[in-house]
Design a protein around this ligand. Sequence first.
Ligand SMILES: Nc1ncnc2c1ncn2[C@@H]1O[C@H](COP(=O)(O)OP(=O)(O)OP(=O)(O)O)[C@@H](O)[C@H]1O
Length: 233
Amino acid sequence: MITLSNIEKVYQTKTIETVALQNVNLTVPKGEFLSIMGPSGCGKSTLLNIMGLLDIPSSGMVTIDGQPIQTYKDKELAHIRNQKIGFVFQSYHLVNDLSVLDNVELPLLYRSSISGSERTKRAKAALEKVGLSARTQHFPSQLSGGQRQRVAIARALVGQPEIILADEPTGNLDSVMGEEIMNILLDLNRLDGTTIVMVTHDENMALKTERLVRFFDGQQVSDAKLFATFQQV
Ligand SMILES: Nc1ncnc2c1ncn2[C@@H]1O[C@H](COP(=O)(O)OP(=O)(O)OP(=O)(O)O)[C@@H](O)[C@H]1O
């Protein structure tokens, strides 16, 4: 579970101060599929970066499984990020000169307890989950946008994270491919119990999730419980 309490994030440059988040209080229970919506610049990516321990708030408290992150050293935070959190971005962030299989194996390279053959086995299983078993030796440039995003999802889930943070995962895709990606995320949530927080500009995608929080100017303006995803099947 992730809890954000009284989070504020201020970006300070030489000439200007930007309040990106203000008075944010948000709890994401284990197993929830939460979507975040709001206009450009309202702080959605900043929020996701803070939840993913990629950035720290200017004030307020972030706890993961009840433990305030301030109590961890940098090395421990990197460990939690690697073990518990998977990231999916709008622009995929794949390594172009690595094969699909090597891209998916990447997060496991940081886990010394996993052997090379086990790494490959898990990466193949993750690719199978997203329907890309036939593309393991391709390179990202040889794939469609939807396939690239599926590789990115396989890479996010290969370490069996408890939480997936997805920043506009369908933003670069047409509606058919967007639906496909959304169905993979819904299955991960529904079948595996993975907690998912997804930033989206697409209301149709957001309405498929359990809960929708809207932001405006760095603040939450609404928090609505939608149908639980498992009730939709
Ligand atoms: N590194 C930074 N330095 C200064 N200001 C920043 C920085 N990162 C973000 N901001 C500012 O913080 C505010 C929130 O940005 P953020 O990227 O979180 O918005 P967003 O809701 O994700 O936008 P979009 O939908 O366009 O991706 C914006 O006003 C932005 O200009």
